[in-house]
Design a protein around this ligand. Structure first.
Ligand code: SAH
Ligand code: SF4
Length: 350
């Protein structure tokens, strides 16, 4: 893997730049197409891989450009086959990415930001605030890294790692489109899932996209005061407005959003909380994922006991609300990570 802080990433070049570069280096015009294929379809991460380009041309490219692909600082492998990576970009920023194989499929959970500004009370990422947003290329490079490490095609991607995707909307959509490109990763839109903590302007823009990307919303409580405490960053996007935005989303797209509900003992597993959740969901198109909270060292919140989770599932089902209980994968590798555990959530649904 080549790295440099000085040289520009060749993948930042436009089509015209590449055509110009090929001419400047005295190569025939068709080399532009070959180079672009390596960069944007085969997702190469070094010039050495580009075996159909003349050696001299590859050397010239190496002198002028770099691949600013992230470097793997840590890899943890779970007994269930999931692998969690800590990847570092050239500026020293690092993020977590997870690869989850399952019956011939490979799902990747990507981060869209380093850190997060939303400050959710139960989330390990939120505790340290936001470092910076990632570029589309940096998000896609996480997927490429996992694909290379497993030596397999990635079949689905969940945007559920660190960060709030809709606080980085444009780069998130660019990344979705790169991953969806039939000449590149070719991951079907329905197999690309974005999870938001409920940023309403983002949900509205997401509904306008022509592609059938999947939406997940972190709900965690349908009682306003509880939700304000758990998710202070989205206080201004009230549950009433969130509900409206989700109904418009469903009307506009005909697609079913998932609601994430991490069950926290004594906080959102009480009777009134369950009533409120049923009210929020009943009669609407949605799928509820009940997740036992992952314990994080920085918070005193504890997961609800399984019998309560099962009881809520039964109640939701009785009211016609489709519900799944999800258990984390990679328990043994994820001790310090607040939310990268339950990304299995959409793997099976995707
Ligand atoms: N910022 C986005 C996406 C990243 S978080 C969002 O909040 O939706 C991905 C998922 O992990 C969210 O549903 C989030 O609420 C959940 N999560 C965070 N910390 C968790 C924890 N300790 N236990 C269970 N789920 C958690
Ligand atoms: Fe940010 Fe999502 Fe964590 Fe909340 S749950 S702090 S929005 S990453």
């Amino acid at each position: 893997m080549q790295r440099s802080n000085r040289l520009r990433d060749i993948r930042a070049l436009t089509h015209d730049d590449i055509v110009g570069l090929v001419a400047e280096l005295g190569q025939p015009a068709f080399r532009a197409k070959q180079l672009e294929e390596w960069l944007f379809q085969k997702n190469a991460s070094s010039f050495d891989e580009m075996t159909n380009l003349p050696k001299k041309f590859r050397e010239q490219l190496t002198e002028r450009f770099a691949f600013t692909t992230p470097v793997e600082l840590v890899k943890q492998v779970s007994h269930d086959g999931s692998r969690k990576y800590l990847l570092e970009y050239p500026d020293g920023t690092s993020v977590e990415t997870v690869g989850m194989p399952s019956r011939g499929k490979l799902s990747v959970c990507v981060s869209t930001q380093a850190g997060c500004a939303m400050g959710c009370a139960f989330c390990a990422t939120g505790f340290n605030g936001l470092s910076r947003s990632l570029t589309a290329r940096e998000i896609v490079d996480q997927v490429a890294h996992v694909a290379r490490d497993f030596g397999e095609r990635v079949t689905s991607v969940v945007f559920m790692g660190q960060g709030e995707p809709f606080a980085n909307f444009d780069e998130t959509v660019k990344a979705l489109r790169i991953l969806n490109d039939p000449d590149g990763f070719a991951i079907g839109a329905r197999h690309l899932t974005v999870s938001t903590c409920g940023v309403i302007p983002g949900i509205k823009r997401f509904a306008e996209l022509p592609e059938q990307f999947t939406l997940a919303v972190s709900l965690h409580s349908a009682v306003q005061s509880t939700r304000n405490q758990l998710m202070p960053g989205v206080k201004k996007y009230t549950l009433l407005r969130l509900h409206e935005a989700l109904q418009s989303y469903v009307e506009k797209t005909g697609r079913r959003p998932s609601y994430e509900f991490a069950m926290i003992e004594g906080v959102n597993d009480t009777n009134p909380e369950m009533e409120a959740l049923i009210d929020f969901c009943q009669g609407t198109l949605c799928h509820v994922n009940l997740i036992p909270l992952n314990d994080t060292p920085a918070s005193l919140l504890k997961p609800s006991p399984m019998h309560k989770i099962e009881a809520l599932q039964r109640r939701l089902t009785m009211h016609g609300v489709e519900t799944t209980i999800r258990n984390s994968r990679g328990n043994d590798i994820d001790a310090a990570c607040g939310q990268l555990k339950q990304k299995q959530v959409h793997v099976q649904g995707a």
